[in-house]
Design a binder for this molecule. Structure first.
Ligand code: PLP
Length: 349
């Protein structure tokens, strides 16, 4: 059912796995599946390489493009694991639907992904923190610049070896002017344009000494929503608080896993709107103990400080950090080192 064309020569021996820059190196193979004549054609696994597209291809003009981010892990016995891949599959189809892109069949996704991982399994290195980052994406390839949904698409998966990601100290700026997403818009989708639109405001925040922006609601800028590629959690006292997902916020796989683990750890959790004012007041009273982001790339990313208008706060360094406990437990589940109570692990056989 899948057409496989093997790379004549592997790039493995030329790859320095001790010095990987995230998302720069790609494995030997990729998956490509075309949509034409009203249906998805046979998926093909072929050597990783450039595409040839018409300059008028719709994706370049109207941004009909969605993507996913997931990882494959190898345990000490060379078994390969994915983490909740159904969630990513369902989400890329939710994203596609919003961008008027035809949904991708589940059996194609899993068969092609597993075949690709088996062919490129040597690219998944053992060791806590090592993984193969997987980037499924869909683009509108049909030629012609009329502003209408394309009739032709490509669904692809490319794979990039990744090491444990140390982002350094992260200070965030609460957005007071720019917005990432609006009501009724595409914020909940992993639409390429959502990310392109964040670069300019993020560059401005970087000039002020921050690494990332925490996006606030577009109407009032009073409520904290999510970071650029992470959902966001606050620990106020010993309570864990995060915003509910809606049509502006991505329904993160890591976020929902943290919420399940919080229950297991008996941590009191509130999923509700979180106002900028509340967080500033909690910080002033010394009740804001932690702030962290959650996402596939970094798993859990502790935030050491934040700023909003003239306010600037540093967060304490907690001995009993929630961020550390969540990260440790999630990674142990991902690497098959801890019991998988929730059935999140998926073995690639
Ligand atoms: C905007 C946004 N929020 C949150 C996340 C975290 O989602 P996940 O935990 O599924 O990686 C991502 C990354 O996928 C993202 O792009």
């Amino acid at each position: 059912m899948i057409d496989i064309q093997r790379a004549p020569k592997s790039k493995l021996s030329e790859t320095n796995f001790d010095n990987l820059v995230f998302g720069q190196v790609f494995s030997d193979h990729m998956m490509e599946c075309d949509y034409k004549n009203g249906k998805w054609q046979t998926p093909v696994i072929k050597p990783y390489g450039p595409l040839s597209l018409e300059p008028s291809a719709r994706v370049f003009h109207y941004g009909q493009a969605v993507f996913e981010g997931m990882k494959a892990y190898k345990d000490e016995n060379d078994k390969i694991w994915l983490f909740r891949p159904d969630e990513n599959f369902n989400r890329i189809n939710r994203s596609s639907k919003r961008l008027a892109i035809p949904e991708f069949p589940k059996e194609y996704f899993f068969e092609a992904l597993e075949e690709l991982l088996k062919i490129d399994k040597a690219w998944i290195k053992k060791g806590f923190g090592n993984s193969l980052y997987l980037r499924p994406f869909v683009i509108a390839t049909e030629a012609g610049v009329s502003a209408s949904p394309a009739n032709e698409y490509k669904f692809m998966i490319i794979c990039s070896p990744a090491q444990a990601y140390y982002s350094g100290e992260v200070r965030v700026k609460f957005s007071e002017k720019y917005s990432r997403a609006a009501d009724g818009g595409v914020g909940f989708a992993k639409a390429a344009g959502n990310y392109g639109a964040q670069f300019y405001p993020t560059n401005l925040a970087k000039e002020e000494g921050y690494q990332q922006i925490i996006w606030t609601d577009a109407n009032t800028h009073d409520y904290l929503e999510e970071a650029g590629t992470m959902n966001i959690f606050f620990r106020i006292g010993d309570k864990l608080v995060t915003a509910p997902t809606n049509d502006r916020i991505l329904d993160g796989v890591t976020r929902k896993s943290v919420l399940s683990l919080a229950e297991e750890f008996n941590i009191e959790t509130e999923v509700r709107r979180v106002s900028v004012q509340e967080i500033i007041e909690a910080a002033e009273k010394g009740e804001l103990k932690e702030m962290f982001g959650s996402g596939t790339a970094t798993v859990i990313n502790p935030i050491v400080g934040f700023g909003y208008k003239d306010h600037k706060f540093d967060l304490p360094n907690m001995e009993d950090s929630y961020a550390r406990s969540f990260k440790d437990k999630l990674m142990k589940i991902q690497y098959n080192q801890a019991e998988d109570k929730f059935g999140w692990r998926y073995e690639v056989k």
